[in-house]
Every structure is written in C-alpha cells, then in structure tokens.
Design a protein around this ligand. Structure first.
Ligand code: KG4
Ligand code: ZN
Length: 369
C-alpha cells in the first residue's frame, strides 16, 4: 500500500461536490475536505430541478468549491496541487449538462496539473462514503459522525436516493453484481411525490417522515409489489398511485379528482396516516429485499447509502431484521458529495485500475451500474 490523495469532483445532479480524500499506508480512507454547494433553492422556484439551471450553477460553484476543498485540506500549502496525486470525477449517470461541467473541469485540471484521472460511476460510488474511516484536522470536519465499523468485502449495499434505488453485492472495488433495482421510480422520488400530494414542503422525504410520526401506518393498506422473475426488484410507481387513490377516497372523491386539490381537503390526521402508511410500505419493500439478499448472499457487512439512508425509520427497521448492524455514512455523506467519488478513486487507483485519457473522456448520462 502507498499513501495517496485524490481530489473528487461530483456534478451529476444539483449538488456541486469537491473533496479531498486520502488513502493512508494502512489502507484507511481519510477525509480532508468536503465542499458541497446545492442549487436546489434556485431550482425549487420552478417546482423541481431544471437541468439548465443546475448546469449553470455548477459552473458558478465549481471554482470556489475547488478552492475551498484544497484550502481546507492543505491550509499551510502555497501550492496545494503538489499534494494531490490524482483526480476522480463522476462520469455518469446524471444530467448531461451537469456532468459536462464536472467532467470538463476534471479533464482540464488533469491535463494542466498532470495528474491521473479516474472516471467514476456515481451510483457505484455512493456506498464508499461509508468506507471513509477518519477525518483530517480541518475544523469543519470535526462534527462528522463516521462509522465505527469498517466496510469489508464482500458487502451488500442498499442505495436509495432521489435518483436511484438498488441493491448491489460488491465482491471487490471492481467487481459487483446488481442484485435488484427499481423498475420505475426511485424511492426518494416517491417520497418527494407523496409529499406534494400531502402538501408538505421540500425536502419531501424528511417531511413525510416527520408527518408520519403523528400517524398510524395501519390506517391505509398500501400494496407491496413483487416480481416472480426478479424477487429483488423494486417498484414505486404503483405505490405512489395507491397513495393518490387512498387520498382521493379518504375525502370521498373518485380517481378523477386532481392531486393538486387534495392537500387542502385532507385533515391533518388523514395526512399523518397516509404519510405513515406510505413510509412503512416504501421502506418495508427495501427492508424485505435486503434481508432476503443478506440471507442468500451472506455478505460480511451491509452498507446503506443515498439520501433515503438518512431515514431513522429505515435504519431501525433494518436493524430489527438483520443479524449485523448496517454501516451508515455520516448524514452529510449520504447525499451527493465529492468525497464518495474521491474515496472510490483512491480505492480504484490502489487496485491498479487504469486512469482515463483526459483528452478523450466523455460523459455517460445513462451509464448503468
Ligand atoms: O442522495 P440524494 O441527495 O438524492 C439525489 O440527489 O438523488 O437523496 C435525496 C432524496 C430525496 O428524494 C429525499 O426525499 C430523500 O432522499 N430523503 C428521505 C429522507 N431524507 C431524505 N427519504 C425518506 N426519509 C427521509 N428521512
Ligand atoms: Zn446520488
């Protein structure tokens, strides 16, 4: 093992993330900085993420984020680039315009600073946020709650966010198998849509979760989709429609009643019960699949990643059914960030993965895992 430090750049969606991660002599990943800027407030004026606004914001945020990540990691260095051994960047999947900003920045820096460039799959990188085992001396990092347990191969990762939902078995840094994935929407997106139906503000997932605490999950019976041919696959679109139908019938209307008018007709108790029933159904689906996959594949550990991993209800439901305690990244590393990209870059570099050609590398907006 040799020590190296990688600068990670993430711009797949609405978060501009730049971070420095080191892999030390013992193979431990150490976080030295984690700069994240989000354009969500700007986007929300339009009701959701507008690709052009997200891309333009990445352009605006990129240089300050790189400066922040480098100065936080190396406050005493006049030329922090001397400390950087390589650059890792999200190549896909994601929004084309957003990916282009990060990739073009990384390619340019790799050429100018003469550093090896690692092209990273965003979804594949998510669980490696949980592999970060220590933080450097930057004061901004001292409140990070890093996992006490070490992620060891083979591990099973449950990745659920606003854009992705899958269960992946990793045998090594380079070998993995997608055990199951969503056939339609992502889990986090379903939380966001249900929040809209219930008239709850953004961020949807968190607010559905808070509302659910006041409700009874047994008051609405929502479906659990199952696929004979692919028992680990997930599906959220039917569940979303089921919430819509349950809300319509709760106020005595039929399926033609517009979803936009529901929140003002539903009582607070009905909203709370719908939130609780939906949250339980959505999380039970992934918890059941994870338990089944754990029993079949017998991994050494289970890692939870993506924005929905922030849910304390998901955490306690998983802990109740698994014989091992799942490993969670710090909340700030559950959502999109440059640290998970840098972490996987460090591990790939150590595993001997070939760097990309900075003159040729192109984005892969629909790159599957
Ligand atoms: O990883 P992330 O930042 O997503 C993407 O960029 O795709 O995760 C954001 C997602 C949102 O859809 C949000 O509703 C969901 O994570 N989320 C939650 C909770 N907190 C955030 N979902 C359920 N329960 C929560 N407590
Ligand atoms: Zn993500």
């Amino acid at each position: 093992m040799y020590e190296m430090k990688i600068l990670g750049i993430e711009t797949s969606f609405d978060e501009t993330g730049v971070a420095v991660v080191e892999i030390n002599d013992d193979g431990k990943l150490v976080l030295h900085s984690n700069a994240v800027s989000s354009s969500i407030d700007l986007n929300l004026q339009y009701g959701g993420v507008v690709p052009e606004i997200a891309a333009r914001s990445h352009i605006e945020f990129m240089t300050p984020a790189i400066k922040q990540a480098l100065s936080q990691a190396f406050p005493a260095e006049s030329d922090p680039w001397q400390q950087i051994d390589g650059i890792a960047v999200t190549q896909g999947p994601g929004l084309g315009g957003s990916l282009l900003v990060g990739l073009t920045t990384a390619r340019t820096l790799a050429i100018i600073k003469q550093k090896p460039l690692y092209a990273i799959n965003h979804v594949m990188a998510h669980p490696f946020a949980a592999s970060i085992g220590a933080v450097g001396s930057a004061p901004e990092l001292q409140d990070y709650k890093l996992p006490e347990a070490t992620v060891e191969f083979p591990f099973l990762a449950l990745i659920v966010s606003g854009g992705h939902s899958q269960l992946v078995y990793y045998s090594s840094v380079t070998e993995y198998r997608v055990v199951g994935k969503t056939r339609d929407d992502a889990g986090g997106e379903a939380f966001d849509k249900v929040a809209k139906i219930l008239g709850l503000p953004y961020p949807g997932g968190l607010n559905v979760s808070l509302k659910a605490r006041e409700g009874n999950k047994d008051n609405f019976n929502l479906p659990q989709p199952k696929f004979q041919d692919a028992p680990y696959d997930l599906s959220y679109s039917g569940l979303k429609t089921a919430v819509l139908r349950a809300a319509q019938s709760a106020i005595g209307e039929d399926y033609t009643f517009p979803s936009i008018g529901l929140s003002e007709r539903l009582s607070e108790a009905q909203k709370a019960d719908l939130a609780a029933s939906f949250e339980y159904a959505a999380l039970k689906m992934v918890v059941d699949r994870t338990k089944m996959a754990y029993e079949e594949f017998e991994p050494r550990c289970v890692v939870l990643a993506g924005g929905v991993a922030a849910s304390p209800v998901l955490r306690s439901m998983l802990e109740a059914v698994l014989p091992v305690k799942p490993i969670y990244p710090d909340m700030k590393l559950c959502t999109d960030n440059g640290a998970m990209i840098a972490a996987l870059g460090c591990l790939q570099a150590q595993a001997g993965v070939n760097p990309a050609d900075p003159y040729l590398l192109d984005i892969k907006p629909t790159w599957p895992m």
